[in-house]
Design a protein around this ligand. Structure first.
Ligand code: C2E
Ligand code: MG
Ligand code: MG
Ligand code: MG
Length: 295
């Protein structure tokens, strides 16, 4: 069909590209203002020990409520923020907000924060993490930074140096989305990760699948070899959870265990109890639902 009408085909293609670039530019401009207009917030998703159901931590997931377009997902706007450097102030805001919010939790659960490769290669990262820990008073062992292998890919030597500096602060580091991208066995050998997160794409089919089981077994064997516990992401069904349990996977995260939600909603369902709900900023939570208050 393209051959029959090459001109129209080419025009259509170019207009499409143009629109995309235009949309990205507009979004980048809006994103620039999103921080100062309080349009960004964090959702939290629970991470649990499979054998006991015990909560170990919560992953902070960035949300953007665009004033006209409504909610925009991080997979859409984070690449834009990475392109224009905005990921640095945004990432610092995420880190500071997640650490500050975690200090209000009564239980010392970990808080897991995603780091962009752009943040990870930035020389300032150890200083920023130190500063945030001091300012918020969160103890370093409660902070876990999540990295993907794209952060290591650019310059392994430098990445290893950065990882050691970060770990030297007492913070733990998880390897996110394992099994996608540039995953290599050498990364696990050479880099002192505290956790491997198996990418949720391996669980995309909800039916029992011998291939998925084989992949899980392989990753768990790697984890054992290198002494790194494994967390499975994107767990949506009991079948998946019982398979993981049978295979000896340590931790799980996914809609089955808890959907990402605003802290206020997690508090109102009793998953998290705050040490002092009144210390939180006004408007941040649905206070009328806190357990100690009469309805
Ligand atoms: P991720 O770090 O691998 O986060 C897990 C993603 O899987 C989240 O998507 C979460 O909502 C989704 N998820 C969790 N459980 C399930 C499940 O059972 N089923 C399905 N279908 N999905 C599940 P989300 O929140 O859209 O975030 C997507 C990605 O955006 C994250 O992947 C992470 O790479 C990035 N991201 C999110 N927040 C931040 C941030 O603050 N900074 C940076 N640099 N990246 C972030
Ligand atoms: Mg993550
Ligand atoms: Mg992941
Ligand atoms: Mg991901």
């Amino acid at each position: 069909r393209a051959k029959a009408d090459p001109v129209r085909h080419v025009c259509f293609y170019e207009v499409g590209m143009d629109e995309k670039i235009r949309a990205r530019r507009l979004l980048a401009a809006d994103l620039r203002r999103a921080l100062e207009y309080n349009e960004l917030s964090l959702h939290y998703q629970v991470q649990t020990v499979i054998a006991t159901g015990e909560i170990t931590g919560y992953e902070a997931l960035l949300r953007w409520e665009h004033p006209q377009l409504g909610p925009i997902g991080p997979t859409e706007f984070i690449p834009i923020a990475e392109e224009n450097g905005l990921i640095l102030p945004i990432g610092e805001w995420v880190l500071r907000t997640a650490c500050a919010e975690a200090t209000t939790w009564e239980q010392p659960y970990k808080v897991a924060v995603n780091l962009s490769a752009v943040q990870f290669v930035h020389a300032d990262l150890p200083r920023i993490v130190t500063e945030v820990l001091v300012q918020t008073g969160l103890s370093p062992e409660r902070l876990e930074l999540e990295l993907t292998e794209s952060a290591i890919f650019v310059d392994r030597e430098r990445a290893l140096h950065m990882l050691r500096q970060i770990k030297g602060l007492g913070v733990s580091v998880a390897l996110d989305d394992f099994g996608t991208g540039y995953s290599s066995l050498d990364t696990l050998r050479a880099f002192p990760f505290d956790k491997i997160k198996i990418d949720r794409s391996f669980f995309s089919s909800t039916a029992a699948n011998p291939q998925t089981t084989a992949i899980i077994q392989a990753v768990l064997a790697l984890g054992k070899t290198f002494g790194i516990p494994v967390l499975a992401e994107g767990i949506e069904t009991y079948d998946q959870l019982s398979m993981l349990s049978a295979e000896g996977c340590e931790e799980a995260q996914g809609f089955l265990l808890g959907r990402p939600a605003a802290l206020a909603d997690i508090v109102s369902t009793g998953q998290i109890v705050l040490t002092n709900p009144y210390s939180r900023e006004p408007g941040a939570g649905s206070r009328e639902k806190l357990p100690h208050q009469s309805h």
